[in-house]
Design a protein around this ligand. Structure first.
Ligand code: TXA
Ligand code: MG
Length: 324
């Protein structure tokens, strides 16, 4: 059985000791929970892939305590990286840089590059400091499922994982995964949108390339059918909601902005109108929808007028991709 524990000093030290012993543990970050392993232990990395059921061609993100330790695992850390780290670390921004040769290739799915970020969740920071090295961690969900933003989400996905230690850090504040920025291309290119958007990055870098349809080829694992709830989900505009519900023969759940737009017997899951709160609640709500036992989930399309809403749209597209 997976075991959720309070992040006391003793439990954080225990988690660090487990990492040193080659075990896999789960820990909170400000974006989503991660399934962590010692970056220098290829066996532990294999265990992460096996536990998640993650395809071996999908590289992991290395977590470091701060900018001073990043150059231990990547080459090419330059002034631009320092400026970005100064502004956004610790925080939800991941850099792609060249992997140092002593970092096991399996951490990066065999690529010459490696993803690195310093998370700002206090429990993740404490764990990294006590552990003393870098921790590779994908989101702590079964491959293809919605990312976890609470310890219980991790326990639900890994109910059969014998003895998996899960540090409980409460609800993840950001709620969607970090922005992934490829620093090996010139200008740097956003491979996965997140809460740190193009405008904020442009202020520091001068120029960035936005992610596009081609980013799936460059950021393996960002392909469709990721971040998906188990209930088949469809994105619907507010104006089409009523007719979409009318056409259903079964009860549905609806992620909406106003319960009045969802007539009974359908279930309304009301989302906040502001993008920051919407992102923070999204994955929890998708998991809630799964627990309702309905056969269909409709998601009212949110606005698309800010970089955060666009990052949310990116996740909603993936959550609904099998039904498009
Ligand atoms: O917020 C986050 O980034 C969370 C927390 C736990 O830090 N982690 C996370 O990891 O979302 P994961 O494994 O679910 O997603 C990692 C993403 C994948 O889309 C992967 O393709 C991309 O980062 N990535 C990792 N290494 C890469 C590399 N060398 N080149 C291109 N993309 C890479
Ligand atoms: Mg993931």
């Amino acid at each position: 059985m997976a075991r959720i524990v309070e992040p006391t000093d003793a439990q954080v030290a225990r988690a660090a000791a487990r990492l040193r012993a080659g075990d896999v543990i789960a820990f909170p970050t400000e974006t989503v929970y991660g399934l962590g392993a010692d970056i220098l232990n290829a066996c532990a990395i294999r265990r992460v892939y096996a536990l998640k059921g993650r395809p071996s061609d999908n590289p992991l993100i290395a977590h470091v305590s701060d900018a001073s330790t990043a150059p231990d695992i990547v080459d090419g850390w330059d002034d631009r990286c320092s400026a970005l780290a100064q502004r956004f670390w610790p925080g939800p921004l991941t850099f792609i840089l060249r992997r140092k040769l002593d970092v096991p290739a399996s951490a990066a799915a065999g690529l010459n590059t490696l993803a690195v970020r310093a998370p700002r969740h206090p429990v993740a920071s404490r764990l990294l400091k006590i552990f003393g090295g870098a921790i590779v961690a994908p989101s702590a969900n079964r491959s293809g499922h919605t990312s976890p933003t609470r310890a219980t989400h991790v326990a639900d996905d890994f109910a059969e994982a014998e003895d998996l230690l899960i540090l409980d850090g409460g609800s993840s504040e950001v709620g969607i995964e970090s922005t992934v920025l490829d620093m090996t291309s010139d200008p740097p290119r956003i491979l996965r949108p997140g809460t740190i958007g193009t405008d904020a990055l442009t202020i520091v870098l001068g120029e960035v390339t936005e992610h596009g349809a081609t980013s799936q080829d460059i950021a393996p694992g960002t392909s469709a059918a990721h971040y998906a709830p188990r209930t088949p989900a469809t994105l619907v505009s507010r104006s089409d909601l009523r007719s979409a519900l009318g056409a259903l023969s079964d009860v549905a759940a609806v992620l909406c902005f106003d319960a009045a737009t969802v007539p009974p017997p359908h279930h309304a899951l009301v989302m906040p109108a502001d993008a920051v709160s919407y992102a923070a609640q999204l994955y929890s709500r998708l998991r809630e929808a799964d627990l309702l036992g309905v056969h269909q989930l409709l998601i009212e399309a949110p606005p698309a007028d800010s970089s955060l809403w666009l990052a949310i749209h990116d996740r909603l597209r993936r959550a609904t991709s099998e039904n498009d």
